[in-house]
Design a protein around this ligand. Structure first.
Ligand SMILES: Cc1cc2nc3c(=O)[nH]c(=O)nc-3n(C[C@H](O)[C@H](O)[C@H](O)COP(=O)(O)O)c2cc1C
Length: 219
């Protein structure tokens, strides 16, 4: 029997296969992982231009979100893309909210609110479907799971070279906006993920003081 042809092994691929088999990342793959993690910064929606992610790239971003830690599992997340043809409708909702909750707002301020609906090439609404009184999974864990999904999506965007940011704004909890996105009373719109090409590179992160956030428990 003829010997099987050996596939050439690319070092990076070998390192990634090891990870999937439960072995630690090494070498360039490990460096790339931490480089991606530590270099991510949010990019404000108004600084996001075209192009946004392709459909295939967006699928990857969503897939990254769907790997979030999830007690239950409850799969409490729902992501709704706001297509281009619905942006004007969203803009009207933003304007309506602004007028309702800030009647003294100037026309320019209302227009600025309206513009938010058009900023990023890709706009994803982030929703959580809350199960109240779950025997094992308290409500806060369900919100945490959505946050983890969003963090994964932000990282996936950054890994593919896109800028992204999660925003909510004061208007997020208004009934009009909630009703426009939620299809049942248990759902809640948490915010939006804006994705596009950074028109200006964000500033490097100011390091967080480790001691303020990590120490040995002495209790
Ligand atoms: C749920 C949630 C909602 C947010 N909403 C806003 C917002 O409306 N406006 C804003 O400027 N930042 C908002 N942020 C903060 C930014 O998304 C971002 O995390 C922050 O600017 C820090 O930037 P970094 O991601 O580069 O560390 C929100 C963050 C979270 C987690």
């Amino acid at each position: 029997m003829a010997a099987k042809a050996q596939k050439p092994v690319n070092d990076d691929n070998a390192e990634l296969s090891a990870l999937i088999n439960g072995e630690p990342l090494t070498g360039t793959a490990r460096e790339a992982f931490f480089e991606t993690l530590f270099s991510r910064r949010s990019v404000a929606p108004k600084r996001l231009g075209a192009p946004g992610p392709s459909q295939d790239e967006l699928e990857l971003i969503i897939a990254a979100g769907l790997t979030a830690p999830d007690h239950g599992p409850l799969r409490p997340w729902r992501f709704l893309r706001v297509p281009d043809e619905r942006r004007a409708h969203l803009a009207n909702l933003f304007a309506e909210e602004k007028r309702l909750y800030q009647p003294e707002a100037t026309e320019a301020e209302v227009e600025a609110e309206r513009a938010r609906a058009f900023n990023a090439p890709t706009l994803i609404a982030l929703l959580v479907d809350i199960t109240e009184n779950h025997p094992k999974v308290p409500v806060h864990e369900q919100y945490i799971s959505l946050g983890a999904a969003a963090a994964n999506m932000l990282l996936a965007c950054h890994a593919m070279g896109y800028g992204a940011m999660m925003t909510s704004g004061r208007k997020i909890d208004t009934p009009t906006l909630q009703q426009a996105f939620c299809k049942k009373p248990s759902e809640r719109l948490i915010g939006f993920l804006s994705i596009g090409t950074a028109m200006r590179q964000p500033k490097t992160r100011v390091p967080v003081t480790r001691e303020d956030h990590f120490e040995d428990w002495t209790g």
